[in-house]
Design a protein around this ligand. Structure first.
Ligand SMILES: [Zn+2]
Length: 176
């Protein structure tokens, strides 16, 4: 089974889009991020056979980072071999985030926070009616602040989620 990507494999290999893919790009059905990521994946798949079994469904570019929406098998492939993500980051000269294709907001957040465990996801309504999504993570296991800011930007741009991150200890303190 070949690698499944949003553009033709041939286009990804040559770097030139066929008229059909060009049209998809113009109409916004696919993005420049899809093209860049597909090209990088196809190149990596030549020497990393396991990539030939994954499906890339969509990619987003957010502030210089790439978010790749892949199938379940793809998620497992990247998690089982951390080197694959590092190689992809080198090829794209960018930070790469791998998420599984899912409509679940919680699942999306869990994938972005991985390997940090998401303990709870709550909706918080502010007095002005604005909605916030609060993620609670274990104390001391929190990703660094820079990562959290990146995750916040990613979810805002890709899903319109305003995120708030709290660690377990502070969350408990607030409740009592
Ligand atoms: Zn094509």
């Amino acid at each position: 089974m070949p690698l499944k990507i949003p553009i033709c494999n041939f286009d990804a290999k040559t770097g030139i889009l066929c008229t059909r893919c060009e049209q998809k790009l113009k109409s916004g059905q696919i993005t420049e991020a899809d093209v860049s990521v597909s090209r990088a994946l196809v190149q990596l798949a030549e020497t990393n056979q396991e990539l030939n079994k994954i499906s890339l469904l969509k990619s987003y570019a957010v502030d210089g980072d790439y978010v790749l929406e892949v199938d379940q098998h793809g998620l497992a492939t990247f998690r089982n071999n951390e080197k694959l993500k590092t190689m992809l980051e080198e090829k794209l000269s960018a930070r790469v985030w791998i998420v599984s294709s899912s409509n679940s907001e919680r699942r999306y957040l869990e994938d972005l926070f991985f390997p940090t465990r998401v303990l709870a996801v709550n909706t918080v309504w502010l007095p002005d009616g604005a909605k916030l999504t609060k993620v609670i993570v274990p104390f001391r296991k929190m990703r660094n602040t820079n990562d959290i800011e990146r995750i916040k930007r990613i979810v805002r741009e890709t899903r319109g989620i305003e995120l708030m991150v709290e660690n377990e200890r502070d969350a408990r303190f607030r409740r009592s």
